[in-house]
Write a protein that binds this ligand. Sequence first.
Ligand SMILES: [Ca+2]
Ligand SMILES: [Ca+2]
Ligand SMILES: [Ca+2]
Ligand SMILES: [Ca+2]
Length: 366
Amino acid sequence: MQTKIPPPTRFFIAIILILVLACNFPATALFGGSPTNPAPQEVVQTATLFSGEPNNPVIVHTITPDTDPAAGAPFVYDCENTGSAPEKQASGCDRYDPYTVERPFKRDMSFYIIDMDIEKYSVFIDDNFVYVSIYTMGTNPNNEIGINFCVELDLNGDGFAKYIICATPLYQQDWTTNGVEVAEDTNHDTGGLSSGLSDAPLDDEKFDGYDNKIFGPGIIEGGPDMAWARYKMTGNQAIVEIAFKKELAGTSFLLGVLADAGNKDFGDYYLNDRYTEEEAGSPQKNEIYYPIKELNLFDNACRTPINYNANGFEPMLCPTEEPPPKVKNTPTTEETPCPVPSSCTGLYFTWDYEDCDCTYNPPDLK
Ligand SMILES: [Ca+2]
Ligand SMILES: [Ca+2]
Ligand SMILES: [Ca+2]
Ligand SMILES: [Ca+2]
């Protein structure tokens, strides 16, 4: 049997329903969560850097790297391993102290990742940006293993890098800030206790490597244009290019590059301070710790001075090239090595051009 609700009770229920709906409405608008009413996106507070709808911020770049910067010179070379990889070893360049390693291989040398093998790099600077071109031996920087390419900046030559700029997949052929991060070391410990040597095992709690991210998704402490990346092809080589604002490095610094498809946590850099040499293993068959173990899928290259007068003792500094041999100032064929002195002139004097000697041969008057 259906129960009838008296009119005063119906009115009271209607009032209750209106109040419940009114209370729920603002909650839905603020927190969203339904397919027809999605949650608003994060809005970054710096209004001058963004335009567009309030819920769909667009980063406005005030300056973009040159699409066709001049080629950097000279090249800084690293080892490449296309020849030695079939033998399951690196071609050289792997030094634990100082920290310049050659490990574009998986643990136990089971796979060689050609796309992360750095062959060389170059640096070019224009009015606004420093451009670093990293030449890999492969053709696909977007290898599914996931390769980060980074630049480290040592501002005073003590071997402790201050900044790192890291580009991450997916790499695109146009300059983009997507996937590019910049971090600084605020407490001078990227090199652990000593920048030139392994200090493993370091305490992860006390030594935090690059510890303050200043550019990346949602972080634009240094402005919206601080660091960019792209890749391009030349012949059968992919070149990953990283551009960062000149202000970051200042006028004088040392610069190195790395490729990381293993650890990828720059709070742990430098990695030779996290693993002992025995734990890390070695990519060289003639080393006792062969094959590589914990420190794998990592390649870095020596550091090159930029407007910096290196004294040769900076950790990880690239070896300077032998100066060209001095050319002897040999006389030309037109020149006479032993010109005849005035004292050796006359009817009875003979000048020996080879011995530079004067002989007097007076006539026999008998
Ligand atoms: Ca290397
Ligand atoms: Ca290499
Ligand atoms: Ca160290
Ligand atoms: Ca630190």
